[in-house]
Design a binder for this molecule. Structure first.
Ligand SMILES: [Zn+2]
Ligand SMILES: [Zn+2]
Length: 390
C-alpha cells in the first residue's frame, strides 16, 4: 500500500477520533474520504468504531502501513486498549464485521465510558488542541499536570463536547444554541463558540484525590489487582454519595457538586440525565471517599459508605441521586466496573449497598459474568454469603 505524503503524528496518549480530525484538517477531506485515504472502507466499520472503541486488526494494519505508524501506535489510540481494566468484555472484532448492533448496544448500556463525548482539562487544551483518549474514561477525573478537576460541559451553553481535535485555532464549543436542549424562546439559533480552554476550572487541593488519580492511571496501564480493587471502591463510593456523606468530603468538591446538580436539573427537562460517573467532580468526591475508607476491611468500608441500615439514602434532594442507582444493571456487571469481582463488591452486595439484578440471567451474559450465576439461586446465594468473608 502506498504511503500517504503528509501524516501528522498522534500526540502521546491522543484519542483516535482526535487524530482523525487532525488528518481531516490537514488533508481537507470529509470523514468518508479520510477513511478511504487510510485504506479503510467505511462500510466495514462496525458500530463500535463510530466512537473509536476499536478497529479490526486488518484495518489497523492498513492504517499503520499507510501512515508509517506502528500498529501498536494505532492500537494505543483506541478504547480497546482498556479492555483488561476499564472496559471489560468490550466485544471483540474477530473478523471484519462481527460485532453486531445489538451487542454494541448492550455494551454501551453497561460500559463506563464517554462514547460520543469527552471530558477535558481546559489548561491542557490551551496548550494544544489534541484530546487524550483517557479523557473519555470517567476514571480520569483530575489533571495531574494542572491540578484541576476535568470539565464535562461547556461553561457557556452547558453541553457536552465531542472530544475531537478542534478546528484550527483555539478549541471552541461548536454546539448549536437555540436548538434542542438549548431551545430559546426568541428562536435564535447559532453556534456557541465559547473557548473550551477558558471553561471555568476548580483547583484540586485534596492530595488524596491526586494520589488516587495517580494510582488509577497506573491501573489503566498495568491492570493490577490493587488498582481494580480501588476502582471498584470508587465506583461504590459514587453510588453512596448523598448529602450526609458529602459533609465528609472536601468543601471544594461539595460546592462543585451543587453546580453539577443545577446542571442536572437543566438536563432533566429533556429527560436525558447523564450517568453519575460522567461527572468528574462526582468521581473526584468518590475518589476522596474511597481513599478515606480504603485502609479498613472491605465489610467495614462498605458499611461506612452505606451508613446506618435504616438511614434513608435520599432525604434531602431526590434529584442529587437517582433512587435506583444502587440497583445494579446486568449490563454493568457484564461490561462495567462490577465485572471486577473484588472483596469490596462482594461486601457491597452483602450489605445491600448494591442490589443485584435478581431476574433470571439472560443467555448473553454467560461467559461474561463468570463469577456470578444469577440463574442458579443456590450458587448466587453461596456467592453472596460466602464471598463476603473473602
Ligand atoms: Zn491539564
Ligand atoms: Zn458551548
Amino acid at each position: 500500500m502506498q504511503r500517504l505524503s503528509s501524516v501528522p503524528r498522534p500526540e502521546d496518549g491522543e484519542a483516535f477520533s482526535s487524530w482523525f480530525r487532525t488528518l481531516q484538517q490537514e488533508w481537507g477531506t470529509s470523514v468518508g474520504q479520510t477513511w478511504t485515504a487510510l485504506g479503510v472502507d467505511s462500510r466495514e466499520l462496525v458500530p463500535a468504531d463510530i466512537h473509536a472503541a476499536q478497529l479490526s486488526d486488518s484495518a489497523i494494519e492498513r492504517i499503520a502501513a499507510g501512515t508509517a505508524l506502528e500498529p501498536s501506535e494505532v492500537r494505543a489510540m483506541l478504547l480497546s486498549r482498556y479492555r483488561p481494566t476499564a472496559l471489560p468484555n468490550l466485544p471483540a472484532i474477530l473478523d471484519e464485521r462481527l460485532v453486531d448492533t445489538w451487542t454494541t448496544r448492550r455494551w454501551a448500556a453497561g460500559a463506563w465510558v464517554l462514547r460520543g463525548s469527552s471530558n477535558w482539562c481546559p489548561p491542557c487544551l490551551a496548550e494544544r488542541p489534541n484530546w487524550p483518549l483517557a479523557w473519555k474514561l470517567p476514571w480520569t477525573f483530575v489533571c495531574l499536570r494542572h491540578r484541576v478537576h476535568l470539565v464535562g460541559r461547556c461553561g457557556q451553553c452547558g453541553t457536552e463536547q465531542n472530544g475531537r481535535a478542534a478546528t484550527p485555532g483555539p478549541a471552541r464549543c461548536r454546539n448549536w444554541i437555540g436548538r434542542g436542549r438549548n431551545w430559546r424562546p426568541d428562536g435564535v439559533v447559532a453556534r456557541c463558540t465559547a473557548p473550551l480552554a477558558h471553561a471555568p476550572t476548580v483547583e484540586v487541593t485534596d492530595e488524596a484525590v491526586l494520589e488516587t488519580q495517580r494510582e488509577i492511571n497506573q491501573w489503566l496501564e498495568t491492570a493490577t489487582a490493587d488498582g481494580a480493587s480501588l476502582a471498584v471502591l470508587i465506583a461504590l463510593a459514587l453510588m453512596a454519595i448523598r448529602p450526609a456523606i458529602l459533609d465528609r468530603v472536601q468543601p471544594e468538591v461539595r460546592d462543585a457538586l451543587v453546580g453539577v446538580r443545577r446542571n442536572r436539573e437543566a438536563t432533566e427537562l429533556l429527560s436525558r440525565r447523564p450517568p453519575l460517573w460522567a461527572e468528574p467532580m462526582r468521581m473526584a468526591a468518590a475518589a476522596h471517599l474511597a481513599r478515606y475508607v480504603r485502609g479498613t476491611p472491605p465489610q467495614s468500608a462498605v458499611e461506612w459508605l452505606r451508613g446506618e441500615p435504616r438511614e434513608p439514602l435520599f432525604t434531602v434532594d431526590l434529584r442529587i441521586q437517582r433512587v435506583t442507582s444502587h440497583r445494579v444493571r446486568i449490563e454493568e456487571m457484564a461490561y462495567g466496573p462490577w465485572n471486577h469481582a473484588t472483596a469490596h463488591l462482594h461486601a457491597a452486595f452483602t450489605a445491600e449497598l448494591l442490589i443485584p439484578p435478581f431476574d433470571s440471567q439472560p443467555d448473553w451474559t454467560h461467559g461474561l459474568i463468570p463469577y456470578y450465576r444469577l440463574s442458579d439461586p443456590e450458587i448466587a446465594e453461596a456467592w453472596i454469603l460466602g464471598l463476603a468473608s473473602a
